[in-house]
Design a protein around this ligand. Structure first.
Ligand code: FES
Length: 176
């Protein structure tokens, strides 16, 4: 039995592409090419490419999104649909350390709100804000799959579990 891949063509481009398009070094372009080569359809590489663009530009800024749409042969809206779905992808500038406090049931029952309030007070920012020095951003997110060690938060790619306010102080002070 043979498998045929159907290349689904993007619909028409309803959003005007921004004039400026991100430019990357030959090394980054080579990294992007390696990801594209793994998939029969370039659109399947959307997530790894988004993480590369975000890593290089700090967030998915309009020139970066325009680059992705161009490289993947997709509409700007296709890129935004994915970018706005995942809490690990950012369409606005964020702090160097992105604190994502889980607010779902297990964490909620075991004190997530106290953890969020403590972070907020300690950093002097509300949920959704970034400290003026650009170091910390605070967000509440849905379940991060670590319910057995609630309450927990994620900072960038690291999980911190069984949190207490003392433990939060230790973690944040270590990042200052
Ligand atoms: S409820 Fe917080 S990690 Fe699942």
């Amino acid at each position: 039995m043979t498998t045929e891949f159907v290349n689904i063509q993007p619909l028409y481009q309803p959003v005007k592409m921004p004039g400026e398009m991100a430019v990357f070094s030959p090394e980054v372009e080579a990294e992007i090419d390696r990801h594209l080569a793994k998939y029969p359809s370039s659109r399947s590489a959307i997530l790894p490419l988004m993480f590369i663009v975000q890593r290089e530009r700090g967030y998915l800024d309009p020139p970066g999104v325009s680059y992705l749409a161009n490289r993947l042969g997709l509409r700007i809206t296709d890129i935004w649909e994915v970018a706005t779905f995942y809490s690990m992808l950012h369409t606005e500038p964020i702090g160097k350390y992105h604190i994502q406090v889980c607010k779902t049931l297990s964490c909620k029952l075991l004190g997530a709100q106290k953890i969020t309030e403590h972070c907020s007070k300690k950093l002097g920012i509300k949920i959704g804000e970034t400290t003026t020095d650009g170091k910390f951003s605070l967000l509440e997110v849905e379940c991060l799959g670590s319910c057995g060690t609630a309450p927990m938060f994620q900072i960038n790619f690291d999980y911190h579990e069984n949190l207490t306010t003392e433990k939060v102080d230790q973690i944040l002070d270590g990042l200052r």
